[in-house]
Ligand binder design. Structure first.
Ligand SMILES: C[S@@+](CC[C@H](N)C(=O)[O-])C[C@H]1O[C@@H](n2cnc3c(N)ncnc32)[C@H](O)[C@@H]1O
Length: 303
């Protein structure tokens, strides 16, 4: 039930850029792999704040708080990063990282309900202490809205048929029930992919508000960074990566403002400089296939 951290050294080294003190944020603590490496490279006066939505991640983080007084955990979404840090008297930080998506323990524990490979209650909440389970959510959503979500977040061509089948079925209590239903409704199975893969991804993204959280997080992260401080974000699928790429692109490009009949003016609103875009090495992909789809993007705050 452990989690192998992806792009571990690459992320921490890029975040620190040879610094060894300051205030750093891990937006997705998980099992603390990135946080622990970060702490090992920081001096005694540094501080690290971790965020996670998941009560199980919190339990691990509380242990680390006991072991290392430089570390503090916050049970909240990184979408609320600014408010949470401001409440603790922090206005600016020296670096922020996030390793998006679900952790291996979330996927591997049948009772968390993320997996179509193992049967469990149809839950899929990262924060299973609050909010609607996937089963409740599916029962209440309209067919058309569900089809749109499966299409957009799962990039599933047969979203309409699948949504119809789900809504006709009524209450689905387990992951196996949903997986079987999608399998039966899906007319064209892709090679090496369970026919429910895309539908499960879409429902998970929707109920955890994964893309909305990233959209809220990114501008706040830039507000929080001190000049020359860095943002390092690892994403695992194209929908996430597109948001990060476009955000960094916008924040690192001079905007062109063409006023009515006025000569074009260039307004320099840039707040970021692109630093790097990194993929997992062949060795890492061999050792941990989950890293195959990972992209690390790093940007630095301008003055
Ligand atoms: C891929 S894992 C992180 C693994 C971690 N870097 C490590 O090395 O152990 C992602 C974690 O982020 C958490 N998470 C995902 N979205 C979140 C959000 N919006 N706010 C806070 N935590 C989030 C998940 O609950 C999960 O524990």
């Amino acid at each position: 039930m452990s989690h192998i951290s992806v792009l571990l050294h690459e992320t921490v080294d890029a975040l620190l850029a040879n610094r060894d003190t300051g205030i750093y944020i891990d937006g997705t603590f998980g099992r603390g792999g990135h946080t622990r490496l970060l702490l090992s490279k920081l001096g005694p006066d540094a501080q690290v704040y971790g965020f996670d939505k998941d009560p199980q991640a919190l339990a691990v983080a509380h242990q680390l708080e006991q072991e290392d007084s430089r570390f503090h955990i916050i049970h909240a979404s990184f979408a609320d990063i600014q408010t949470e840090l401001n409440q603790r008297g922090i206005e600016h930080v020296d670096g922020i990282m996030a390793d998006l998506g679900v952790s291996s323990p979330q996927l591997d524990q049948a009772e968390r309900g993320f997996s179509f490979m193992q049967d469990g209650p149809l839950d899929m909440r990262m924060d299973n202490s609050q909010g609607q389970t996937a089963a409740e959510w599916l029962l209440h959503i309209e067919e058309e809205a569900l089809a749109n979500i499966i299409y957009q977040y799962g990039e599933e061509r047969y979203s309409r048929r699948i949504a119809r089948a789900i809504k006709q079925a009524g209450l689905l209590e387990t992951t196996a029930q949903l997986a079987e239903l999608v399998k039966a409704a899906h007319p064209k199975w892709e090679k090496h992919k369970h026919p429910a893969t895309r539908t499960f991804q879409a429902i998970r993204i929707a109920i955890n508000k994964e893309l909305e959280d990233i959209e809220q997080f990114l501008p706040q992260a830039v507000d929080l960074l001190k000049p020359e401080a860095r943002l390092a974000v690892i994403s695992f699928h194209s929908l996430e990566d597109r948001l990060i790429k476009q955000f960094i692109q916008k924040e690192s490009t001079i905007a062109e403002d063409s006023g009515w009949g006025m000569p074009q003016q260039q307004i320099d609103t840039r707040r970021l400089k692109k630093i790097s875009r990194i993929r997992a090495s062949e060795e890492e992909v061999k050792a941990n296939p989950r890293s195959r789809s990972a992209w690390l993007r790093v940007a630095e705050r301008l003055v």
